[in-house]
Design a protein around this ligand. Structure first.
Ligand code: NAD
Ligand code: WQD
Length: 343
């Protein structure tokens, strides 16, 4: 049985990936400092899989603790989710973002070298493309100057990984560039739990539907898009999680073509903000109170993924419909808020 270190594994994407890994026969060790997640997530993972993953609470910026973890366990691969991820906050406290996101990465890569772990999967982001010149955006599109310190940490991290691979021949890595992950596990035992006012669209939609927020603000309706609202590629969290299992398996079985590979993880379909609202209403039968306001600073107009490379090379494809995904987000929100279904 292969042992996978899942950093940030009590977080949103990490917890869903831990479930997929366990269900595919991997042993999972989670490290998280719980700076943006709750320990109860482990109960959710156990409820779904029947297995409680090993868990260690510490900060990955602490190199001693990282090294002692590798001394204790024989780790075959790492999936590195742990990072600070709020774009706006990163503008306010850039040094904390650079420190947290870069230091933790370097510590892990050094541990890989010291303890002979060769497989590394990294959580990157479509944010590295900025507003692409051509859509859908392929992995070959140029990386554009980052619009925030957060985005910059993803670009720098990808460069650090490539430099490390160049120098340390035992290391190989896959960067997965996520588009917009949404939804929750189909059992509603785990989901996305933003702290405070949600910054992302779908948690704001579900909280508005639940009556926690008065009104959704739609940021701009004069973009050069069909209905004037901005377009993104919203991918189901379950589909996204599955891609990590494929990526780990690819590295462990040496199916990788080069020692550093990059894949877009999206659906290949662009969806506007208004279409999200309409699909949510259709999927749940609940009206979303909204108003159109000014654009949000730093937002791009439209982006969606070219998924051909990931589909062909990984043999992976996002399969869940937008409506099913939004329904899962709503089931999770209802559970969190203790709202009983009327049906
Ligand atoms: P999340 O905040 O839910 O999970 C990240 C986890 O990492 C949290 O549980 C947090 O407590 C932990 N963490 C942060 N810094 C740590 C440190 N120094 N030591 C130990 N634990 C630490 O975020 P998420 O949405 O699950 O995102 C996971 C990864 O995917 C991040 O790297 C993020 O940048 C990237 N990503 C996310 C999105 C998205 O929309 N959610 C999109 C693209 C990329
Ligand atoms: C989606 C659309 C908003 C909230 C962010 C990060 C990016 C990546 C994914 C990590 C946009 C609109 C939103 C609201 C709205 N994360 N919106 N009202 O901005 O595409 O990407 O998450 O790497 O780096 O920037 O996602 O969910 O915030 O917004 O109208 O209350 O919804 O303007 O068009 P975004 P989002």
């Amino acid at each position: 049985m292969h042992t996978i270190l899942v950093t940030g594994g009590t977080g949103y994407i990490g917890s869903h990936t831990a479930v997929e890994l366990i269900e595919n026969g991997y042993k999972v060790i989670i490290v998280d400092n719980l700076s943006n997640s709750l320990i109860e997530v482990l109960d959710g993972i156990e409820n779904i899989t029947g297995v409680r993953p090993d868990f260690e609470k510490f900060d990955l910026c602490d190199q001693k603790k990282v090294f002692s973890l590798f001394e204790k366990h024989s780790i075959d691969a790492i999936i590195h989710f742990a990072a600070l991820k709020a774009v706006g906050e990163s503008v306010e406290i850039p040094l904390e973002y650079y420190h947290n996101n870069i230091e933790s990465l370097i510590n892990l890569l050094q541990a890989m070298q010291k303890f002979n772990t060769s497989c590394f999967v990294f959580s990157s982001s479509c944010t590295v493309y900025g507003q692409p010149d051509m859509l859908p955006v392929t992995e070959k599109a140029p990386v554009k100057k980052a619009m925030s310190p957060y985005g910059n940490t993803k670009q720098i991290s990808e460069e650090i990984i490539q430099d490390a691979i160049h120098a340390i021949s035992s290391i190989k890595a896959i960067s997965l560039r996520y588009f917009n992950p949404i939804g929750a596990h189909k059992t509603a035992f785990i989901g996305e739990s933003p702290v405070g006012v949600p910054l992302n669209l779908v948690p704001f939609v579900t909280q508005t539907a639940a009556g926690v927020r008065d009104k959704l603000k739609v940021f701009g309706n004069e973009y050069n898009t069909g209905d004037g609202t901005a377009i993104r590629d919203y991918i189901c969290i379950g589909d996204l999680a599955k891609a990590h299992v494929v990526a780990v398996d690819r590295l462990l079985k040496t199916k990788n073509k080069t020692n550093y590979e990059v894949f877009n993880l999206g659906t290949g379909k662009g969806v506007s903000v208004m279409e999200i609202i309409e699909s949510f209403e259709k999927a749940t039968g609940i009206k979303v109170n909204y108003e159109i306001v000014d654009r949000r600073e730093g937002d791009i107009e439209k982006v969606w993924a070219d998924t051909k490379y990931a589909n062909d090379e990984l043999g992976w494809k996002a399969e869940t419909s937008l409506e099913d995904t939004l329904r899962s987000a709503w089931e999770w929100e209802k559970k969190v808020r203790n709202i009983k279904s009327k049906q």
